[in-house]
Design a protein around this ligand. Structure first.
Ligand code: BES
Ligand code: ZN
Length: 923
């Protein structure tokens, strides 16, 4: 995941507002990324820092635009080619003898243009600008202003790069290898399937016809309106689909393959089908149930009905992203759609629910109303990443999904956005590689987090009112971030644009510094802001400022905001009347504000008992711990202090709180793998997790729910990995019984057991695991194995795992998690994975052809280094082996490596001392 201007020229530069006085000193203090920025004086008294276009790029000329695409495609599922015929109704707004369109990896055979009622003029030249992914069709005479028809015959390849029109491999029920032809067009790959105006604001209707083998399923955005034998070949049929509403090219889709389906109707009359591999229709039932509940939920939430007669959700075997919201034909990875009642674990069920909720939200937010330009991608992705939780909370209240949001999205966004190499949510992008780059945690997770903060600031009623007017006003059109703010501002009467621009136009976020004083019976808080950076806070007059909605709760009612104010200046005072000196005060109840908090030691000390006695809400226990952890990485408090706070979580019952703790301890463990006292932190982990492990046991008890299953898996996996003897023994015993077929492991126990036996296992365990992988019928099970293989400890076996990652046994989209698993498991693994990536760079880069998977691979491989010279090595490798779509990721990784190294130098000795002293029994 990954994260996301208007046609007006004014928006082609994204502005970051930095106070006037010291913009230049801010620049000179910066890292290389900051050096890239240019500064210009602006009339409002601020310097505007713009992110420059890094690669030359121009939008398509507006003199010819499409009205309707009549598109006929004939894929060859054996030779992996396709033939295409485009008959586009176009509008020429200014006489020209050229038509410029997007086109990539396509050969045009013929092209002609005819003005309505006029003669066909054949194009005399096709000038491909490969770098720009464009083609210029030249005509011998001027195409006059007016409506006309552009015809193009072309051919292309069904590629194996998981983008454009591509092939996906599957086994037929008899075990024969076959291929489906499928599409993935977002962000800029429709141009690989047919020449088109491939920009989100250039909307048109589509009439699609597919010529396919008669025994295959053929699907597209709309329902089938005609199916007849293909006259030239009686093994083929011609399938014609209904005309689409006016839509953007990136949302067009077609699929040709063999599938089964389950079907239902939503209460508002939409036909919903979930398409699965042949013989696995049962596995579509869970997603179908979710989809059927979700469609009416969104219809009600938005007060706008779903506009198409049908929606298909289909599992695609080879798929780069998690899922894609094509209008009426949503494509998914198998693991994001298929649930087997026996063999799927609770976390898979939850993931399917979230992904279905996410993609269906896009049917309104993205498909019906579309961003003007990719700069506003965050509107799509941030919004969908927020509302997917609202939807899952509606369908499955027992998942306590909003607490999980804080651990999964909110803290992840804060971590990334604390880097100097972060970027503003609204970011100027042009060239496709720059667009690919913003499918990141800023667009998704920070986007979702600031929308959550906004929703909380506005209140649900006005938020929904504003959303409804936005969707109605811009339906079948395009919109920008400002358009949404305008609608929400009108609905709420609050200064939405001013508040939100401070969050979307400038990168980073504040740390709120708070101090308190008892004045008689009142408590007086002094609250100020600085920019939070992963290397320590940034203060001074050049510091950016945010408009921060602040709320405060007290020990009298920890779940309720007692005061709400807007911090719109450097410092404010908040008076809480009638609060006695022995009562505590906490900022940001519910952990909704996108900021970190720095309390005085006295205030912090007053809050810590609330962790132990559970009087603080789970989401606040989590938030407090996570703030302290990131403050320790930034050198603002000692890591030993945080370790002590972690010890206060011994009585913790909440899954998500444990999950966040576990994640932070994982980060620390990885850091300390660079020291000779790595074992000590394993002991600490064992001591912390043992009581909850004993309480949960291995087998589920009657009446247990979803979160108990998640917690058990988390805790056993943590204990097993850290080497807890009893857990290791029991895991080995259960693994043996599982492999021998005596007692099959329940789905929720498989990941922790596999991880434990591999971590402490030899080549025979690896062999067994690879056998399980080969035998597995579900991609979920294959992924489960793939993700833990890297835990194996011996250097030779690590090499076997790395070789396996690039073998035919692993689907290209999953290679990244195998290599990432190796890098994330141990110090040796990290070194070996990095060497493997360097040695196989050409193949890996070629496999993903840029795209976001390469960024993920790089991040997973190098982010955990903690030695300064590795930052230099990584930087210089990517200077000589450029990966344009991963440029920013490389900068972020190098920054993280330096931060890790500094953290280690600063706190390693104290941590070592603390761990040693813990072991000495008190006298
Ligand atoms: N629009 C994206 C799919 C996408 C991602 C296209 C990256 C091009 C590049 C889709 O809506 C999406 O966000 N999918 C997520 C899953 C979601 C539940 C966060 C994904 O693929 O990770
Ligand atoms: Zn999305």
């Amino acid at each position: 995941m990954l994260r996301f201007l208007s046609r007006q020229a004014s928006l082609s530069i994204i502005r970051q507002v930095i106070p006037l006085k010291t913009a230049s000193s801010h620049l000179s203090a910066g890292t290389p990324a900051i050096r890239l920025r240019t500064v210009s004086a602006a009339s409002n008294g601020h310097y505007l820092v713009s992110m420059p276009e890094r690669r030359p790029f121009a939008r398509l000329p507006a003199d010819v635009s499409p009205v309707n695409y009549g598109l006929c495609l004939k894929p060859d599922l054996v030779d992996f080619t396709f033939e295409g015929k485009l008959e586009a109704a176009v509008e020429v707004t200014q006489g020209t003898n050229q038509i410029v369109m997007n086109c990539a990896d396509i050969d045009i055979i013929t092209a002609s243009y005819a003005l309505e009622g006029g003669e066909e003029i054949n194009a005399t030249g096709f000038n491909y600008q490969n770098e720009d992914e464009k083609v210029t069709l030249s005509f011998p005479s001027v195409l006059q202003k007016g409506s006309g028809t552009l015809k193009i015959d072309f051919v292309g390849e069904l590629n194996d790069k998981m983008k454009g029109f591509y092939r996906s491999k599957y086994a037929s029920p008899s075990g024969e290898m076959r291929y489906a032809a499928v599409t993935q067009f977002e962000a800029t790959d429709a141009r690989r399937a047919f020449p088109c105006w491939d920009e989100p604001a250039i909307k048109a209707t589509f009439d699609i016809t597919l010529i396919v083998p008669k025994d295959r399923v053929a699907l597209s955005n709309m329902n089938v309106i005609d199916r007849k034998p293909y006259p030239e070949d009686d093994s083929l049929v011609e399938v014609k689909f209904a005309t689409t509403p006016i839509m953007s090219t990136y949302l067009v889709a077609f699929v040709i393959g063999e599938y089964d389906f389950v079907e239902s109707q939503s209460s508002d009359g939409v036909t919903v089908r979930v398409y699965t591999p042949v013989g696995k229709a049962e596995q579509g039932k869970f997603a179908l149930e979710v989809a059927v509940k979700t469609l009416p939920f969104y219809k009600d939430y938005f007060s706008v009905p779903y506009p198409l007669p049908k929606i298909d959700l289909i599992a695609i075997a080879d798929f780069a992203a998690g899922a894609m919201e094509n209008w009426g034909l949503v494509t998914y990875r198998e693991t994001a759609l298929l649930i087997d009642p026996k063999n799927s674990c609770a976390s898979s069920r939850q993931w399917v629910a979230l992904v279905v909720g996410h993609e269906l939200a896009h049917q309104w937010f993205g498909n019906l109303v579309t961003m003007e330009w990719w700069t506003h991608l965050w509107l799509n992705e941030g919004f969908a990443s927020w509302i997917e939780y609202l939807c899952v909370d509606h369908c499955f209240p027992e998942y306590d999904i909003w607490t999980q949001f804080v651990s999964a999205d909110y803290t992840r966004a804060l971590d990334l956005d604390a880097l100097d190499n972060s970027h503003p949510i609204e970011v100027n992008v042009g060239h496709p590689s720059e667009v690919d780059e913003i499918f990141d945690a800023i667009s998704y997770s920070k986007g979702a987090s600031v929308i959550r903060m906004l929703h909380n600031y506005i209140g649900d009623e006005d938020f929904r009112k504003g959303m409804n007017s936005y969707l109605l006003k811009f339906q079948h059109k395009n919109a920008s971030t400002e358009d949404l703010w305008d609608c929400l501002e009108q609905a709420s009467g609050k200064p939405i644009a001013a508040v939100m621009s401070s969050w979307t136009k400038q990168m980073g976020f504040p740390i709120i510094v708070v101090d308190q004083e008892q004045q008689g019976s009142d408590r007086v808080l002094k609250v100020s802001q600085k920019k939070f950076c992963a290397s320590g806070p940034h203060s001074g007059e050049d510091c950016p400022r945010w408009m921060v909605p602040i709320s405060v709760c007290t020990s009298e009612d920890p779940s309720c905001s007692r005061m709400k104010v807007l911090l719109d200046q450097p410092e404010i005072t908040i008076t809480i009347p009638n609060l006695g000196p022995n009562k505590w005060v906490k900022l940001n109840p519910g952990t909704v504000g996108f900021y970190r908090i720095q309390y005085t030691s006295a205030m912090l000390d007053s809050l810590l008992p609330g962790i132990r006695d559970l009087t603080l809400l789970p989401v606040d226990r989590l938030g407090l711990q996570n703030d302290l952890f990131s403050l320790s990485r930034a050198g603002m408090i000692s890591t030993v202090e945080v370790i002590k706070v972690m010890e206060a979580f011994v009585n913790e019952p909440n899954y998500t709180v444990w999950s966040d703790l576990s994640c932070n301890l994982g980060v620390l463990s990885s850091l300390l793998s660079h020291t000779d006292f790595h074992d000590e932190i394993q002991e600490f982990i064992i001591d912390l997790f043992t009581p909850i492990g004993l309480k949960l046991g291995w087998d589920s008890r009657p009446g247990e729910g979803h979160l108990d299953a998640l917690l058990r898996g988390l805790v056993l996996g943590k204990l097993g990995k850290a080497g807890h003897k009893a857990t290791l023994e029991e895991a080995r015993r259960r693994f043996k019984e599982h492999v021998e077929g005596k007692q099959i492991l329940s789905a929720d126990l498989r990941s922790p057991v596999y991880l434990t036996v591999l971590k402490h296992g030899d080549s025979s365990v690896l062999d067994t695991m690879l056998k399980l992988h080969k035998q597995a019928d579900m991609q979920e099970e294959k992924n489960r194995v793939e993700r833990v293989l890297g835990a194996i400890s011996s250097p030779e076996l690590i090499q076997r795992v790395l070789t396996f990652a690039l073998s035919d046994e692993v689907r290209p989209q999953d290679t990244v998690s195998v290599i990432g698993g190796v890098a994330g498991s141990s110090k040796q693994g990290r070194k070996a994975a990095w060497k493997f990536v360097k040695d196989n760079w050409e193949e890996l880069h070629n496999r993903y052809q840029g795209g976001f998977l390469i960024s993920r691979l790089i991040k997973l491989t190098v982010d955990g280094f903690a030695v300064d010279k590795m930052a230099t090595e990584v930087k210089s490798f990517f200077e000589s082996h450029p990966a344009p779509a991963a440029e920013r990721t490389v900068q972020q990784c190098c920054e993280n490596i330096l931060l890790n190294a500094a953290w280690l130098k600063r706190d390693a000795d104290d941590l070592h001392q603390y761990f040693l002293q813990r072991k000495v029994p008190p006298v």
